[in-house]
Write a protein that binds this ligand. Structure first.
Ligand code: GLC
Length: 747
């Protein structure tokens, strides 16, 4: 009898499912047949992501093989391709109804070929190159059986203390949305079942980047208007681009852990946004709901599945608890069937249900696929375009021919550290150090020497404290080693492990030991180029005051060293621009460009009163980055200053001239401000940009079409729309150096 009920329930569900818009009837039929052969326990098994860190060999793991055999493992982590394949083969041989695994991994900024950390690569503002990097990552990862990436991470963040600011695209929802869509397109391509594309996973749902005090996993308190206008757009953009899955976040929203938050997982993502893929919890996040204090194992499992979290990553609570929940009526069987269908649809779309070995088709070509010259070229180009020139006031750069260059600082000799967080290091032994890359670029007539000069830090509390020599002795040695150098390049910043998940800093500044090295180098009177390598904005007000030449090179990935050498030697002019505001000090945090004016606006663009001990102004504003060229902006104009209605548009044009002597790329930015609206609106918001290439002396007319969709916002009733009235349009090279046009738009 029970089975008949199930069959009837499935039949009804099928009718409902296929009535759903655009459901592929062939997929539907395939999945109905498959689910019709599965027991409730096996359908629950499809909601379980086994060990994210897949055991070496099936059988060695604690009970993994038993769970696989019983059909209780739907997905595995792809850390170890050999083990993942073992599990797949074991599943094929042992499962009563063989359902291939999805193999997932954090391919966040590359697999073998590693690209700059996302905060770095977003500074390129080069959407095409970002999409290309995701394509390369997908091609390399799928050659190792991985068909699901836990990326893109699209959390908006305004807090450099937060270790995971490294993983996102900065503070702006407009740019962050475009970056998210470029990554989803790159990962998923046009055909998820071609065996060389991977399913994307929008994360972390939602508002994770607003964790209080920059402490990972911490509480998030946010009003809906702020959430809808600033923090939610990037998630929606990733889903609108077709991301096939999403991942919950560790924080609460309005006091409810997101993993068990039906308002988020169902009412927002599915009812409002129409997302129809599947949602996986973050690692062990269902079990962490117990720590959040919302129930025991049984309760949190029920809360999560009833909220709309379809898959349990590595807490194993769904497989432990949900049969009982269904039997006792606290979870409807249709809830299990809906979640199971979503997972099976993903597997179908990935081509797995028809060909479980699709993602091993290139197994024999792995060597030629990974780290290919073409892949490395993408990495080099993206790393170059990610470098941000912060200061060059003595025009030391690009480097002029000299007899001897001394490189000092802990990063100069590193390889794997250049890869940054969420990297797997498989390319490390193929990488050049910065010293090696620079020596190649400057050529045989210039000697390049290296002296470490300091450890990362002497602060005992932080990771990767000093090496075998205390920094003082390294510094004294460096002073000797640079004695006859013509120029010093200081490679300073953070090792990879100081940013990324759970690696937060109360003071995102250069470590004292490295600062001492910098000032000792300054004492020599020689020109000093400060090359920063970090996973976050750094509060370096003192360095900015005391040094004339500063670049941010991030953790630039496999080709970081070559890319920085290319920029320093002028092979390419820097073009990167910051996607996060750099504060002067920790006290200013959170500091972001698109702030509200408040009732006591501070001068110009920065809202509200300043501190008695500091200005409100950032050290470097959002959108900021210099070049070796000077770009002249003039003749800002519009084809009209009055528009009417939804269908109208105002074409804004500015002339940009390259006054420099090198070809270069410039990111022209357009911002909009709504001075009078139903609610207080930001002093400005990025609404368009163009990255253009200019030959020396060339002038380009850059035009933007402003339409009402660039005026829209969520009001206090969360209605999305725009108001008739005046608007200020700003155009310039960053969010501060802008020219204004006042326009009027009637309804
Ligand atoms: C981590 C991270 C998440 C990642 C997952 C799997 O806890 O929060 O971003 O995708 O576990 O590694």
């Amino acid at each position: 009898m029970k089975r008949n009920v199930t069959a009837v329930a499935l039949a009804l569900l099928t009718l409902a499912a296929s009535a759903k818009q655009g459901v592929d009837p062939e997929m539907d039929k395939f999945i109905n047949d498959l689910m019709g052969r599965m027991t409730l326990k096996e359908r629950i098994g499809q909601l379980n992501l086994g060990g994210v860190g897949t055991p070496k060999v099936v059988g060695s793991a604690k009970g993994l093989d038993k769970a696989v055999k019983e059909g209780l493992v739907s997905s595995i982590g792809g850390f170890d391709p050999v083990a993942a394949e073992d599990v797949q083969r074991f599943a094929e041989d042992s499962m009563r109804v063989f359902i291939p695994m999805i193999t997932g991994l954090d391919v966040v900024h590359g697999y073998y070929t590693t690209f700059p950390i996302p905060l770095g690569s977003s500074s390129s503002w080069n959407l095409g190159l970002l999409e290309e990097s995701a394509r390369v990552a997908a091609r390399e990862a799928t050659a190792f059986g991985i068909n699901w990436t836990f990326a893109p991470m699209v959390d908006i963040s305004r807090d450099p203390r937060w270790g995971r600011v490294a993983e996102g695209a900065g503070e702006d929802p407009y740019l962050g949305s475009l970056v998210a869509q470029a990554m989803v397109r790159g990962y998923q391509g046009d055909d998820l079942s071609d065996g060389e594309t991977i399913m994307a996973c929008t994360k972390h749902l939602v508002l994770y980047g607003a964790s209080e005090a920059g402490r990972d996993y911490n509480t998030v308190s946010m009003d809906d208007v702020t959430a809808y206008n600033y923090f939610l757009p990037t998630y929606k953009a990733a889903f609108d681009a077709g991301a096939g899955s999403g991942m919950t976040s560790f924080n609460v929203v309005n006091g409810v852990p997101t993993t068990g938050n039906r308002k988020v997982m169902t009412e927002l993502l599915r009812d409002q946004w129409g997302f129809d893929g599947f949602i996986v919890s973050d690692a062990n996040a269902i079990a962490e709901m117990i720590e959040h204090g919302v129930g025991g194992p049984q309760e949190v499992a029920e809360m999560a599945i009833n909220a709309g979290t379809d898959m349990d990553m590595s807490a194993s609570l769904y497989v432990a608890c949900l049969e009982k929940s269904v039997a006792e009526g606290r979870v409807g069987e249709e809830v299990i069937n809906t979640a199971c269908r979503r997972v099976l649809e993903a597997k179908y779309k990935l081509g797995l249900l028809k060909n479980p070995w699709l993602y091993y088709k290139n197994k024999d070509k792995r060597k030629e696929i990974v780290l290919s010259p073409g892949n490395l070229d993408v990495a080099r180009r993206l790393a170059r375009e990610s470098v941000v020139l912060l200061k060059n006031s003595d025009k030391v750069l690009p480097l002029k021919p000299v007899k001897k260059i001394a490189v000092v600082g802990p990063m100069g000799q590193e390889r794997a550290e250049l890869l940054g967080c969420w990297s797997y290091g498989m390319s490390a032994d193929t990488m050049s150090t910065f010293v090696e890359a620079l020596a190649r670029e400057v050529g045989p007539d210039t000697e390049v020497v290296y002296s470490q000069g300091s450890n990362w830090t002497e602060q005992p509390a932080i990771y990767k404290q000093g090496g075998e020599h205390p920094s003082d002795s390294l510094l004294m040695q460096a002073v000797k080693d640079v004695a006859d150098a013509d120029l010093i390049i200081a490679t300073v910043g953070e090792p990879a492990v100081w940013s990324g998940e759970a690696h937060n800093l109360t003071n995102p500044d250069l470590a004292e030991a490295q600062k001492k090295l910098l000032y000792a180098m300054k004492e020599t009177g020689k020109p000093v180029v400060v090359a920063l390598f970090s996973g976050r904005p750094l509060v370096i007000e003192d360095i900015d005051k005391d040094f004339s030449t500063i670049l941010q090179a991030w953790h630039g990935g496999t080709m970081a060293a070559e890319a920085l050498a290319d920029i320093l030697t002028g092979k390419e002019a820097p073009s990167g621009k910051l996607t996060s505001t750099w504060p002067r000090n920790v006290g200013q945090i959170p500091l972001y460009y698109n702030a509200l004016r408040t009732g006591r606006p501070y001068s110009g663009f920065w809202a509200t009163t300043k501190y008695i001990d500091s200005t409100n102004d950032p050290l470097y504003p959002f959108g900021y980055g210099l070049s070796y060229n000077e770009y002249k902006y003039d003749n800002l104009r519009a084809d009209k200053l009055q528009a009417k209605g939804e269908g109208d548009r105002i074409r804004v044009t500015v002339d940009v001239t390259n006054l420099g002597s090198m070809p270069g790329k410039e990111i022209v930015q357009l911002y909009v401000n709504d001075p009078v609206a139903k609610i207080s609106r930001p002093v400005m918001e990025l609404k368009d940009f163009a990255k253009i290439e200019l030959a020396p002396g060339e002038t380009r007319q850059v035009s933007f079409d402003v339409t009402p969709d660039k005026l829209k916002y969520y009001d206090s009733e969360l209605k999305y729309g725009w108001d008739a009235g005046e608007f200020n349009i700003f155009v310039g090279p960053d969010s501060r150096k802008v020219e204004k046009l006042a326009v009027k738009w009637d309804k």
